[in-house]
Design a protein around this ligand. Structure first.
Ligand SMILES: C[S@@+](CC[C@H](N)C(=O)[O-])C[C@H]1O[C@@H](n2cnc3c(N)ncnc32)[C@H](O)[C@@H]1O
Length: 303
């Protein structure tokens, strides 16, 4: 057993020094597409990193984290003309597309609508809309991701959000051709994908100051710095006893890591929810939020 583990980790270490990430996306038997290991992977190994397709800070931390990468502001940050903080010139340059659009728009009605209802996903749709208007993203860039099935009540709420987003952008006077993509169908398509695929980002404290701010944030129930949607991480299926996990060190750049030794060909699965919940609570959240019944070994054992 010991020798096998050593061989596995030596092979994985040698392979990780070269080449592309040790994963491929293909069809599973019962959970749509999934991510599979293309070689043995050892516990703790970094599978790959991923940058967000779209992200947005939590509303309450809008001026406390980088408007682009969600890194926490260390004491005195550099405010931009719109009052947002960017942690570096790279982030400020990267955000130029959507920030040039959204800084001149009066978002007060849209913000009030979302913040008074505790809505976070419309902010990501708003950011994507600004990215599309600026030409830094395609309107259909999330279409490859799996959409959620939406209920009638949700569709009615989305129509209201859409009308606010659309009227806010129209009032700002953008050329009609730049906003031609902005239809109710576009909005529903985007939100349906964000609902299933968005990650709530909680940073791992990388310094004593970070530790203190995340401790303070957890007391005020604000431990998440924002939300983001990624491409590859969206193809990972769920398991209540996962063999991989997603972590964020100091920004929205995600790291996918193995939680144990993994064989070549094994499916890599992460846990979408709090693993400490009991089986009934887990099943309810997965059915309501993600639309599936979990048949993982842990659920089957009733744990
Ligand atoms: C983030 S996506 C994962 C990738 C997805 N399978 C695809 O084809 O794009 C989440 C969706 O995958 C499916 N899924 C994930 N884990 C599953 C599981 N353990 N059992 C059944 N379906 C699962 C569900 O439809 C869920 O809403």
């Amino acid at each position: 057993m010991f020798l096998r583990r050593r061989l596995l980790s030596t092979a994985a270490a040698a392979a990780s020094a070269r080449g592309p990430p040790p994963i491929r996306v293909s069809l599973t038997e019962s959970a749509g597409r999934g991510v599979f290991a293309t070689r043995p992977v050892s516990s703790g190994e970094l599978l790959h990193s991923a940058q967000p397709l779209v992200s947005h800070p939590s509303h309450s931390l809008l001026h406390e984290v980088c408007y682009n990468c969600l890194r926490r502001k260390p004491g005195e940050g550099r405010a931009s003309s719109g009052g947002y903080y960017f942690c570096s010139d790279t982030c400020s340059d990267h955000a130029k597309g959507f920030h040039d659009i959204d800084k001149d728009v009066d978002w007060s009605l849209f913000d009030y609508h979302c913040s008074s209802r505790g809505l976070k996903y419309p902010y990501m749709a708003k950011r994507l809309a600004c990215m599309v208007i600026s030409g830094s993203a395609n309107a259909d860039c999330l279409n490859i991701l799996q959409p959620a099935r939406l209920h009638q009540g949700t569709l009615i709420e989305m129509k209201e959000e859409f009308e606010l987003l659309e009227s806010t952008l129209r009032k700002a006077g953008f050329q009609e051709e730049a906003t031609a993509f902005l239809t109710i169908d576009w909005y529903i398509n985007v939100l349906a994908r964000i609902r299933i695929n968005a990650f709530r980002i909680e940073l791992v404290a990388s310094s004593y100051e970070d530790l203190l701010s995340s401790a303070a944030a957890s007391v005020s129930c604000d431990s998440s710095v924002g939300n983001a949607v990624y491409m590859l991480p969206s193809f990972y299926n769920h398991d209540c006893d996962p063999n991989a996990h997603i972590v964020w060190l100091d920004s929205a750049d995600a790291k996918l890591k193995a939680l144990r030794d993994i064989e070549e060909g094994e499916e890599l699965r992460i846990c979408y929810i709090d693993t400490s919940l009991d089986a009934d609570a887990r099943q309810k959240i997965l059915a309501d939020g993600f639309g599936f019944k979990c048949h993982c070994l842990r659920c089957l054992s009733g744990d």
